[in-house]
Design a protein. Structure first.
Length: 145
């Protein structure tokens, strides 16, 4: 499960600059310049801790995978890079084991899972879909015993 400290630890270890920047087109953005990464956070667009966790987790996915694109990139390229960042997030912070623990603790509805992970429902839904539809994980089989 993702903690804000994971974000800061990763950035410190990998020399990724964190830059508060009002005026970003999105709440967060990751750039690479001459081999160095920076993550920009627009705190005027981040209205909750839950959203901050989401933005930080997602931008880590971009930095960790190098899945970046120019602002004027074709839609296909943008979506491919967003998918890579989201997949990295699922594989590292919304893992199969994390979902199993959430289900075992009684969380079955999407809103319950979002509260359990303290992330927006859209993030949790994406990761759950990734594990069930893309990877073929059947979490129902875990409770059949």
């Amino acid at each position: 499960m993702f903690k804000i400290s994971d974000f800061y630890d990763y950035c410190k270890k990998n020399r990724v600059d964190i830059i508060p920047y009002a005026g970003c087109p999105q709440p967060g953005a990751t750039i690479r310049y001459q081999g160095n990464y920076a993550i920009f956070l627009d705190f005027s667009k981040i209205q909750s801790t839950r959203l901050l966790r989401s933005v930080c987790c997602h931008e880590l996915g971009h930095a960790a995978t190098g899945a970046l694109h120019k602002v004027d990139s074709p839609y296909e390229l943008v979506e491919r890079n967003e998918y890579r960042a989201n997949r990295w997030t699922a594989e590292n912070y919304l893992t199969q084991e994390d979902f199993r623990c959430a289900f075992q603790s009684g969380c079955t509805e999407l809103w319950q899972l979002a509260e359990y992970f303290d992330l927006p429902q859209e993030d949790v839904a994406w990761a759950l879909n990734f594990w069930t539809q893309c990877k073929g994980v059947d979490f129902n089989m875990d409770t059949a015993n």
